[in-house]
Design a protein around this ligand. Structure first.
Ligand code: PLP
Length: 382
C-alpha cells in the first residue's frame, strides 16, 4: 500500500498529475546512463507527449523520437534538441515534410527505403536509420501484442531481407524489441546484436537499441546496462542511442479520480469520473490492474469494491480493490504510475470529458496546465 501524495483538497477530477520530484529522480538515472555509458538517450514521445514536462527533462536527454509527423513536430517545436522519427510506413508527402522537421529518419523495410530514401535525402543533413527485426525480444508485457518480433510482425526488416538494404547509405542500425524489460532484456538485446549483426554494425555510424528499457523500474540494474553499452561501443566504435518512453516516466505521476455513484450486482461497484476505456486504455488492452494508492487487494480490508467508469462499455472496469473505510461519493482515488501511455491514448468516447493535465511541482505547489471542455469533444467530429 503506497502513500497518497500531498495533493490539494480542491483539485478538480479527473486529473493527470505529473509528480515533478519523481520525474527528477528518473531524469537523474537517465543522466547517469548518458554520462557513464557515453550514449544518447531520447524520449519516445509516443509514451509521454506532455510539453509542460519538457523543461524538466531537456537537460537530461538528447532529444525526442517520434512515431510520425505530428510527434516529430512536437519534438522540434516543444522539446528542441535532436528529433528522430520511425514509422512502419510513411504517408504521402510525410517524408518530404519530415525532412524539414527531423534530423534522423528511420525506415522499416527495403520497400520503404526504395520509395522514400531519395525524398529523405532532399535534406542532406538528415541521417538515415534502418529498423531491423533481430529475432530477439524480451517484451514482458501482453504476450504477442507487445512483442515486435512476434510471428508476422510488421516491424523491422527481417534477416531474410536484410541484404536488400543499401547499407552504404544507412547511418543507423535500429532495433526496438523490448517492452518494460529489466536489465537482462537490455543486455540480452545488446549482446544479441553484437553476436549476430556485427557485419552490419561495422557499416554504420550508430546503433539505436530502441525503447522498452525500464531503467527506472525497481529491480533494473543500471550498472549492467552501462557495462553492456560500454563493451558494445568498445567493440564496434559506434555511437549508441536508447529511446525509452515508459522507462523515463515510470511511477512519475497519477490519475486522480472521484467516486460519483454506486451500484450493486453481486459485488459492490463504485462508479468513477475516470474510466479505463477513455483514460487508462492499457488497463483493458494489456490488460493490467493499476496501483491504487492507499487501497489493497480484495479482502485486505473490510470494504471491497469493483471500480468502473461511466461509459457504456460493460468492460469499462478498472479492477477490484479493498478499502479501510466504506467509499462515499466525492472520495478521491489516486491511481499510481499513470504517466506512460495514458493521456496520449485518451478518447472522448461517450462525450467523456478529458482529465486536467496538471503538475505537482517540487515545492509542493499544484498547477493545472490545461483544462479541457466541450470544445475538445465537439472539435474532433468536424
Ligand atoms: C520504435 C520504438 N521506440 C521506442 C518505443 C518506446 O518504448 P517504451 O515506451 O516501452 O520505452 C517504442 C514503443 O512502442 C517504439 O515502438
Amino acid at each position: 500500500m503506497t502513500a497518497v501524495p500531498p495533493l490539494p483538497a480542491e483539485i478538480q477530477t479527473p486529473a493527470y498529475v505529473l509528480d515533478a520530484e519523481a520525474l527528477a529522480r528518473n531524469m537523474a538515472v537517465a543522466s547517469r546512463v548518458r554520462r557513464e555509458a557515453g550514449c544518447k538517450v531520447l524520449l519516445a514521445t509516443k509514451a509521454f507527449a506532455f510539453p509542460a514536462a519538457f523543461p524538466l527533462m531537456r537537460d537530461h536527454l538528447d532529444g525526442t523520437t517520434a512515431s510520425g509527423e505530428y510527434e516529430a513536430r512536437l519534438g522540434r517545436e516543444e522539446f528542441g534538441k535532436e528529433v528522430h522519427v520511425y514509422a512502419p510506413a510513411y504517408g504521402p508527402g510525410e517524408v518530404e515534410r519530415l525532412a524539414t522537421l527531423a534530423d534522423h529518419i528511420y525506415f522499416n523495410s527495403p520497400d520503404q527505403v526504395a520509395r522514400q530514401l531519395a525524398v529523405a535525402r532532399t535534406n542532406p543533413a538528415v541521417k538515415i536509420g534502418a529498423r531491423i527485426n533481430p529475432g530477439y525480444s524480451n517484451a514482458t508485457l501482453g504476450g504477442a501484442l507487445y512483442d515486435p518480433c512476434a510471428p508476422n510482425s510488421r516491424f523491422g526488416t527481417t534477416v531474410s531481407e536484410i541484404d536488400q538494404l543499401p547499407w552504404d547509405q544507412i547511418d543507423i542500425f535500429h532495433v526496438h524489441t523490448l517492452c518494460e524489460s529489466l536489465h537482462d532484456g537490455s543486455v540480452g538485446l545488446i549482446e544479441h546484436v553484437a553476436k549476430n549483426f556485427g557485419d552490419y554494425v561495422r557499416r554504420v555510424k550508430a546503433v539505436n537499441f530502441g525503447g522498452g528499457h525500464f531503467i527506472n523500474k525497481p529491480g533494473y540494474d543500471v550498472a549492467k546496462l552501462i557495462a553492456a553499452i560500454t563493451a558494445f561501443r568498445a567493440a564496434f566504435g559506434v555511437e549508441v542511442i536508447l529511446e525509452p518512453g515508459a522507462g523515463l516516466v515510470v511511477d512519475a505521476g497519477y490519475l486522480v479520480a472521484s467516486v460519483i455513484g454506486f451500484h450493486t450486482n453481486g459485488r459492490r461497484i463504485a462508479i468513477l469520473d475516470a474510466s479505463a476505456s477513455t483514460h487508462m486504455p492499457d488497463v483493458l488492452e494489456v490488460p493490467y490492474k493499476p496501483p491504487l494508492l492507499g487501497a489493497g487487494e480484495p479482502g485486505t480490508f473490510a470494504n471491497d469494491y469493483m471500480l468502473g467508469g461511466k461509459t457504456c462499455m460493460t468492460g469499462d472496469i478498472i479492477g477490484e480493490y479493498s478499502f479501510p473505510l466504506p467509499l462515499k461519493v466525492g472520495d478521491r482515488l489516486v491511481f499510481g504510475d499513470m504517466m506512460q501511455y495514458s493521456f496520449v491514448k485518451n478518447t472522448t468516447f461517450n462525450g467523456t470529458p478529458l482529465p486536467d493535465m496538471a503538475v505537482l511541482d517540487r515545492d509542493g505547489s499544484y498547477r493545472v496546465v490545461k483544462r479541457f471542455g466541450y470544445a475538445e469533444f465537439r472539435n474532433r467530429v468536424g
